[in-house]
Ligand binder design. Structure first.
Ligand code: FAD
Length: 402
């Protein structure tokens, strides 16, 4: 028998343990520091668990070596992951943008089928069992928990990243890997709210809008995305802000966010406002966006433009209309940074992928050591890509190089 020890009972660790248990020569032990396995999984997708994305491909992933994900994703693409989950008894439904959720709309269903599968496969699980240290031995590894020293022939690190601290995001995995000679990149919160100058967002707290966001460092465009945005008391949130958050976290100083609330550019916006002026000459400027944008947003844009809100539209000259058009199509907020790991969905950065073989996820430095999931320097876009990486990399690591 070969003793396989998996550290971390999250998405990737569960898949690694189940895969290793498929081989009769492996005796698999799954160690989890929290009271139960899969705690973060239950919080994913606002409790609905966006478990994969049918479009998952390397271009949706980031890190020092974005192509590192290719062999794992090719070996266990979204279709294979869905097939695998269907065989475990999970029914799923695909929504817009290729996002897949359990048909029950409950993350519990995903964790339940995984727990049943672990029991059927005979994987021993120890919860409330934080691993404190790992050491290389002459043969295999020694793994220290509170009160026990366990032996393993093969060791799989699946400790996740620092994101979602309240759900168990910790630095343990990086430290355990470091003690075995592995290095990591810088770590940044990603898929997280943006923190901007608060004056305008605070006044609009809770307002949602469809918008195009462009993140700039001075005049250089770092990231751009279109979709739903929500104002918060510190800045902006919502899927579209998550999309540019990685670039905001890693982009350095002097960042600004340009927001276009209209489905057109500034010239067309000017023409649109001129039409409104002709159609509703007596309307006060404060109402110029009424019917186009959320009322509170519209009035705030007028204030931002500096145009006198009480003046009737007929009294506005071309310059005033241009300022209003610019406010709605190129509204600019200085970016102070992002929220921290507590609120982030994923960690950008992690264990250096150059030190792992992408075809097996075995360490190039320590034979018999494997790593998977968010712990590695891989982070995906918003929309099911991170769990797809967790499943695919867990599956590959669990093969133990076979
Ligand atoms: C609020 C939120 C919502 C999200 N929603 C989505 C979504 O809808 N779709 C999507 O694709 N992704 C989503 N993500 C991201 C996704 O959940 C993670 O990328 C994924 O769970 C990573 O899997 P993992 O196995 O690498 O890590 P984790 O799931 O974090 O699991 C790691 C496990 O290791 C354990 N551990 C750590 N250190 C030790 C130790 N020393 N000893 C023993 N155990 C240890 C931890 O307690 C944890 O249970 C979301 C994340 C958050 C925070």
């Amino acid at each position: 028998m070969r003793d396989v020890l998996v550290i971390g009972g999250g998405a990737s660790g569960i898949l690694a343990a189940l895969t290793a248990a498929e081989s009769p020569e492996n005796r698999v032990l799954l160690l989890e520091r929290q009271q139960r396995i899969g705690r973060k999984l239950l919080a994913t997708g606002n409790g609905r668990c966006n478990l994969t994305n049918t479009g998952a491909a390397p271009e949706h992933y980031h890190g020092e070596e974005p192509d590192f994900v290719r062999p794992a994703l090719e070996a266990f693409p979204p279709a294979a992951a869905l097939d695998w989950f269907h065989k475990l008894g999970l029914l799923t439904a695909e929504e817009y943008g290729g996002r897949v959720y359990p048909l029950s709309n409950s993350a519990n269903s995903v964790l339940d089928v995984l727990r049943f599968a672990l029991d059927r496969a005979g994987v021993e699980q120890r919860c409330a069992c934080p691993v404190r240290a790992v050491r290389r031995e002459k043969r295999g590894f020694a793994v220290e928990t509170d009160g026990a020293c366990l032996r393993a022939d093969k060791l799989i690190l699946a400790c996740g990243g620092a994101a979602g601290a309240k759900l168990g995001g910790v630095l343990d995995g990086y430290q355990l890997a470091k003690s075995l000679g592995h290095k990591r990149t810088g770590l940044y919160p990603a898929l997280v709210q943006l923190v901007t100058e608060p004056e305008y967002p605070r006044a609009l707290k809770g307002v949602r809008a469809e918008a195009e966001l462009t993140l700039l460092r001075r005049t250089l465009v770092l990231a751009r995305s279109k979709g739903e945005l929500q104002f918060t008391d510190k800045g902006v949130s919502g899927p579209v802000s998550f999309d540019v958050s990685r670039a905001a976290a890693t982009g350095g100083e002097g960042l600004t966010l340009r927001i276009n609330f209209l489905p057109c550019g500034v010239r067309e916006a000017e023409a649109l406002l001129a039409e409104r002026q002709a159609a509703f000459p007596e309307l006060p400027a404060s109402e110029v966006f009424t019917g186009m944008l959320h009322n509170r947003l519209g009035r705030m844009l007028v204030k931002y433009s500096g145009v006198d809100a009480a003046r009737p539209l007929r009294e506005l000259d071309r310059q005033a209309l241009a300022r209003l058009a610019e406010a709605a199509s190129a509204f600019t907020l200085p970016v102070k940074g992002t929220e921290g790991f507590d609120n982030a969905q994923v960690t950008a950065g992690g264990l250096r992928t150059a030190d792992f073989d992408p075809h097996t996820l075995e360490s190039r430095l320590v034979p018999g050591l494997f790593a998977c999931g968010e712990l590695l320097d891989v982070d995906g876009d918003c929309g099911g890509y991170n769990l797809q990486w967790a499943w695919a990399s867990g599956r590959l690591a669990g093969r133990l190089g076979a």
